[in-house]
Design a protein. Sequence first.
Length: 252
Amino acid sequence: MLKLASLNRIVLTGMLLAAAGLASGCSSIDRLSQIGESPKLTAIDNPTTQPGYKPVQMPMPKPETVSYNANSLWRNGSRAFFRDQRAARVGDLLTVTVNFTDRANIANQTQRSRVSKDDSGIDDFAGAKLLGATAQKVLPGRLLTTDSESLSDGKGLVQRQENLQTSVATVVTQVLPNGNLVVEGKQEIRVNFEIRELIVAGIVRPEDIQSDNTIDSSKIAQARIAYGGRGQITDVQQPRYGQQVMDVLLPF
């Protein structure tokens, strides 16, 4: 029975490895065809047509009825008196200044110790002294005697420091009913045989956009910022597909 279970696990592992190999077959073939060549840049396309793209839906206030006052150039609901060249409509460009600096130092230490001793019994259980020495040997004199000791010592330390400063131009992909803008941008830089990618997406307020049509990344709501790469250096740093599968499946 044990051998059958081991055989089943081996077969299952083999099937998973084969499935992973088939899934990565096309990717491996593409990578083999690019040996000796620089990685290809991604084609520029419309982000709203990408698979999995979903329009952003956020809680919106009730729409206000636009009304004009007599002898006045101002109307209620207007955000500005003069029109500027800052991003405001779908397709406009907005430069996002990514300035991300994060540092965390956390230290935690706990100690716990407990010693307990319990001793309970009956001096003359069922009249053992009257029954004689033989009965005293058979009948228990002490019902329960326990000793316990518990000691716990835990220490934890977290040290993290991240710093990312760059700029990326994004495109307004959606204008929400309350006037906020949904932006998304992607930047690719190829250096030798490595491509660095920077992706920025989120929701911005038109009031937070500077006069030079830039906005700081700290003022982006629901911000999604990704910085990574692909190429020969990334391939060397990542474990092989088989090792990744075994890391997920093996319980030890």
